[in-house]
Write a protein that binds this ligand. Sequence first.
Ligand code: PLP
Length: 390
Amino acid sequence: MQTSLRVTQFRESVIRDMTRLALQHNAINLSQGFPDFGTEQAIVEAAVTAVRDGLNQYTITWGYPPLRQKLAELYSERLGWAVHPDHHVTVTCGVTEAIVIAMMAVLNPGDEVIILEPAHDNFRPAAIMASAVPVAIPLTPPDYRITPEMLATAVTSHTRALLLNTPHNPTGRVWDAAELQAITDIVLKHDLVLITDEIYDRILYDGRSHLSPGSLPALRDRTITISGLGKTFAVTGWRLGYVVAPDELMSAIRPLHDFTSICAPTPLQAAGAAALSLPPSFYEATTAAYHERRALMMAILENSGFHATPPQGAYYIMADYRRLPIPQAQLPPMAFARWLTTEAGVAVVPGDSFYSLPGFGDGLVRFAFPKKRETLEEAARRLAGRLIQS
Ligand SMILES: Cc1ncc(COP(=O)(O)O)c(C=O)c1O
């Protein structure tokens, strides 16, 4: 049977592999980034009501109008231009779809797109699905800084786009003003399109606030802003993402969305509109809870002998295991992650799986901590039993 060349260039997600391994071995799943705590009751009720009220057919392809209306209001404020629900917003089946169609909308075969690594594992396949060439820039621990020099060396005459994820998975970085300036300079100098992934825009620590790169005046006309509801509202299985973009870019994106998924699930979009109507107290409570989880996860890692820097945003920690007092500390990341899952009962993601470039991510595994206190405490017991006493 003949299959395409593109499917030889990537495989299924290592993150989702680790979830399957966790299920097989009854491990605490700190690999894939999804909450194990409940979803806000008002949102759940809104979904149930929508189904009962008969919102069970396709919505128009761009998205359920009240949801687009909410998003247009939010993004007019965030981006500083008049985002119109009928022209500039499209609701997608998750951020994953949004990234794929954004790349397909702006890249031709052979065009290059710059991806900063470590990177979430759908960016590279998305570029390949668009018949484009992903060009990786490796960022390195402990600070994972973006510099103008590294951006300059990645650009060629084929570069057309740059993908920027902020707050960043897996490092927890929130790019600062100097880094955003470097991105802006390179995008303008080489006439690139900026595609952003801002799925963690509401999960920030230590008083930080989110800055959408597309709000920078110089980037407004050339930025495809992408985010989603899955992480913010603990509904990752609802598959709700969205794209906000100026006219020309959105016109290119919409047919791709239409023929990829027609529309995101209608009743869940209705519940998404309800979610975006939650009062500020929801976000305050969520932020406080994430600070507690981050503190607990950092303490667990330190007590069990890992070395890590607290994230500035998102809900992951890249932890260095090389100084653990066990022979497995010498294993490469995949072998260590598998050992930790199957023998210690705590599933994590190997650090090198976030890099396409060889030689990066050594000695690192990613812990996801959007979990109940009990879950994290059970992980702590398992780690202590296996790492400290072995
Ligand atoms: C940076 C980033 N982008 C996209 C996704 C996937 O988003 P969605 O579930 O909305 O497709 C994730 C999930 O972990 C992510 O971390």
